[in-house]
Design a binder for this molecule. Structure first.
Ligand code: ADP
Length: 409
């Protein structure tokens, strides 16, 4: 099946056109600066040069029209007819408590997505716009929603409840949701496959470290805890987000600096984390360069970043009562030799025997722990788009066979 995977943000749409049989992205690209006069579409067919088109793309509807047009383009496209797009899979950020798995988009699902807007006011509206625009341009193509939160929905109450009055959970659905679920699911399943054991028998910690960072405790294939919470702000230090914080601090800063709610929100989401502590950059590569040059604040930022990951490794090992594998993924997890080393050093007491040489020479999916290590430390590149494409294929195929058996009856 050929699936168009869409990740619709407020001013950008990332896409991949994936052949689920070969698991290859036949083309991929991105529309940026939607709503501006000089929007940019970057498109890369898998077998030809990357191209860039600059033009006016005023909304998501036009952006999707451009994406379909470039997929059909005689020079840069990969299909000859729209009908070759068998299905569309959408990354949807927040499924609330409603969705514990991927679903075929129906009117009922759209209503539930709209009901969840309050929980993700920045993310769900562009996801919804993307689905609506796709429906307009590809009216008879099935669409599937794959949720960032779904993998974590079945966490036990002890992990998802906060220490605030229970009524607030009931009234406003304030609980831990967790995000990056598609990635945590993918890499934990890959870890089980690499280790050649049923996932049901494994206790795995997955660390997705990108611009946004989160970890998950995956016990028997199920996420039993994760670091991001009600929003993607909680947990690890990230490029620009604070992660865990004594909540009184923000009230104190608001009072001292006379900040509005929106300014406080911006402070925590955009000016904190690596950029906040270092004052240099939100990008780990630049932090590492600054550390190498002896920049003290960059070193603080780096240390806070890795120390917190280390603490969560300990916490989640305790939460699961053991650990079989620790997985690094995401731009930082896959590429930063320094971060992986800092996290894994002096962890022999936990059964982690780190292999420094292997850590310096990583390639693809690989182990970075020594052969006598009780805990397998793995580097596994994530592939959220592939998961979305495969989920989409599964759900669309199921629907088709349901329809067929109903018509036979
Ligand atoms: P996103 O969460 O937006 O998908 P990525 O997963 O691509 O982001 O991760 C981006 C992060 O990965 C940035 O902080 C970047 O500096 C970091 N990164 C990428 N390559 C390296 C590298 N070689 N060494 C250290 N950090 C890296």
């Amino acid at each position: 099946m050929k699936v168009l995977v869409l990740n619709c943000g407020s001013s950008s749409i990332k896409y991949q056109f994936i052949d689920t049989t070969s698991k290859i992205a036949l083309a991929q690209g991105m529309v940026e600066r939607i709503g501006m006069s000089s929007a940019i579409l970057t498109h890369q067919p898998h077998d030809r040069e990357k191209i860039k088109i600059v033009g006016e793309i005023l909304d998501h509807n036009i952006a999707i029209e451009y994406v379909i047009a470039v997929l059909l383009s005689p020079n840069h496209g990969v299909i000859k007819d729209k009908k070759e797009i068998d299905a569309v899979g959408h990354r949807v950020v927040h499924g609330g408590e409603t969705f514990s798995g991927s679903v075929l988009i129906t009117d009922q699902v759209m209503k539930a997505l709209k009901d969840n807007i309050e929980l993700a006011p920045l993310h769900n509206p562009p996801n919804i716009k993307g689905i609506q625009a796709t429906k307009e341009h590809l009216p008879s193509t099935p669409q599937v929603g794959v949720f960032d939160t779904a993998f974590h929905v079945k966490m036990p109450p002890r992990a998802y409840l906060y220490g605030i009055p229970y009524e607030l959970y009931k009234k406003y659905k304030i609980r831990r949701y967790g995000f990056h679920g598609t990635s945590h699911r993918f890499v934990s399943e890959r870890a089980a496959a690499i280790l050649g054991k049923p996932i049901e028998q494994l206790k795995i910690i997955t660390a997705h470290l990108g611009n946004g960072c989160s970890m998950a405790a995956v016990d028997g294939g199920r996420s039993v805890d994760t670091t991001m919470g009600f929003t993607p702000l909680e947990g690890l230090i990230m490029g620009t987000r604070s992660g865990d914080l004594d909540s009184s601090i923000i009230l104190y800063i608001m009072a001292k600096e006379g900040l509005s709610l929106s300014e406080a929100n911006t402070l925590l989401n955009k000016h904190s984390g690596l950029i906040g502590i270092s004052g240099e950059s939100s990008d780990m590569r630049e932090i590492e360069e600054a550390v190498a040059e002896g920049n003290k604040k960059a070193k603080y930022a780096f240390d806070v970043f890795t120390y917190r990951i280390k603490k969560y490794v300990g916490a989640y090992t305790a939460a699961m009562g053991g650990l079989d594998a620790l997985v690094f993924t995401g731009g930082i997890g896959e590429n930063s030799v320094m971060v992986r080393k800092d996290v894994c050093m002096n962890m022999e007491f936990l059964g982690i025997m780190f292999d420094e040489l292997a850590n310096q020479n990583v390639k693809g999916e690989c182990s970075i722990s020594s052969s006598d290590s009780k805990v397998n430390v793995l580097r596994i590149p994530t592939n959220e788009e592939l998961v979305i494409a495969l989920d989409t294929e599964l759900i669309v195929t199921e629907q088709l066979s349901l329809k067929q058996s109903a018509s036979v009856k």
